[in-house]
Design a protein around this ligand. Sequence first.
Ligand SMILES: [Zn+2]
Length: 67
Amino acid sequence: MLIRYSCKDMGLNCSFIVKGETIEEVTAKALDHVREKHVDDFNFIQSPAQIEEMQKALARSTRVVAG
Ligand SMILES: [Zn+2]
């Protein structure tokens, strides 16, 4: 099984895609990317609570794809 996150699924105009075997892995990589590249889109991810909310949003945007 493979989990996929793409920025397009989050409604972002960005071609970033990450794949992994667990949601945790994919979400962590997606969060790194979002915090690095999308601070202008998500300039509210500063506090631990906001980061947690973003992790949930990213996890919801993941898709299970055939591996
Ligand atoms: Zn992106």
